[in-house]
Design a binder for this molecule. Structure first.
Ligand code: SAH
Ligand code: SF4
Length: 337
């Protein structure tokens, strides 16, 4: 709930206004039970208990990378469904990668999250709870969020927007729009809708191929909205928000990593203020995609740069703990837990 909604609730319950600020503070601190609100009278706590619930995630499994300290969490939701989050430490602070859905219905061929389709959307509170848990568990302040875990945030549009509004609350996590990236596989109408909100978040677009011929085979969504339509939506988005767009490009050996692909990609991105994140594909047991060797990755990056496209190869974190999206939930056989 927003601060305004909590105020309204308190007034409906016939309680004095100052209780709203107290309750807001408690909820924003990441507590999981009304009984923890020790400056709220028992009678009001009971009323809250009757009318509301506090969304929380329960820890099922936690893995810490020996290589870089990345922490992977497998959580259980109140209905027994399981989701994953990752906490990463960078020089500029801590980043949490949150899930936005249980599963995903986009069916990208290289991704573990979509292997079993979509079970349900997460509520805004369930997305927030992932950050609260990681912050409390490590006694840290989380400074950045990437909506790059399980699920397609623009397929859960309203809850994603509500999450974005709540996560910046000064009494709570206080994570501003500029510290948030939202990643999408390319739901064109939703990118246009998001542009209308004019939020200074970073939009990351999972492109992964420079031609419809290739993209059609790895991302079914491309048959609905092709690359030309997607790039057009990105241009529209950029015109409104004036924000640089980030393109994700998972390099898959022999599929999308040829010199021709790099050259075509540069042509397609012409005229867009953007950055390309090259991600060596993470192997998933159920498919046969492999990451290219280092020389092919370097060549791809160099060819983009020669044509004036900014590109970085994303550092792989947590490679020893199945840190990429959907991998742990699948491995544990923990679709429900
Ligand atoms: N559904 C959104 C956000 C979650 S996926 C999206 O697709 O953008 C986050 C990122 O991980 C996306 O860029 C996705 O394409 C990428 N990804 C998924 N599986 C991967 C794999 N096996 N190797 C590398 N990147 C992968
Ligand atoms: Fe869904 Fe993103 Fe995975 Fe595609 S890459 S299946 S959109 S989570």
């Amino acid at each position: 709930m927003s601060n305004e909604e909590i105020k309204e609730l308190v007034s409906q319950l016939g309680e004095p206004d100052y209780r709203a600020a107290q309750i807001t503070k408690w909820v924003r601190s990441g507590i999981s039970s009304f009984d923890d609100m020790n400056n709220i009278p028992k009678s009001l706590r009971n009323k809250l208990e009757e009318k509301c619930y506090i969304a929380s995630v329960a820890l099922v499994k936690k893995l810490v990378s020996k290589i870089d300290g990345t922490v992977k969490y497998l959580y259980r939701l109140s209905d027994g469904e399981c989701i994953e989050s990752v906490l990463m430490k960078y020089e500029h602070g801590y980043t949490v990668c949150v899930s936005t859905q249980v599963g995903c219905r986009m069916g990208c061929k290289f991704c573990a999250s979509g292997l079993f389709g979509l079970t349900r959307n997460l509520t805004a509170s369930e997305i927030l709870a992932q950050i609260h848990f990681a912050a409390k568990d490590n006694g840290i302040r989380v400074s950045n969020v990437v909506m790059m875990g399980m699920g397609e945030p623009l397929d859960n549009f309203d809850n994603s927007i509500r999450f974005l509004e709540l996560v910046g609350d000064k009494d709570g996590l206080g994570i501003g729009y500029r510290h948030i990236s939202l990643s999408t596989s390319g739901l064109v109408p939703m990118i246009k809708k998001l542009a209308g909100y004019d939020l200074p978040i970073t939009l990351s677009v999972s492109l992964h191929a420079p031609s419809d011929e290739i993209r059609d085979t790895i991302m079914p969504i491309n048959k609905k909205w092709n690359i030309a339509e997607l790039i057009e939506a990105c241009k529209e988005y950029q015109k409104v928000t004036t924000r640089r767009i980030s393109f994700e490009y998972a390099l898959m050996d022999g599929i999308n990593d040829t010199p021709e692909c790099a050259k075509l990609l540069a042509v397609r991105l012409k005229g867009l203020m953007c950055h390309v994140n090259l991600i060596p594909a993470n192997p998933v047991k159920e498919n046969s995609f492999k990451k290219p060797d280092v020389s092919r990755i370097k060549r791809f990056k160099m060819l983009l740069e020669e044509q004036g496209v900014n590109a970085t190869v994303r550092r792989t974190l947590g490679s020893d703990i199945d840190a990429s999206c959907g991998q742990l939930r699948k491995k544990e056989g923990a679709l429900r837990c």
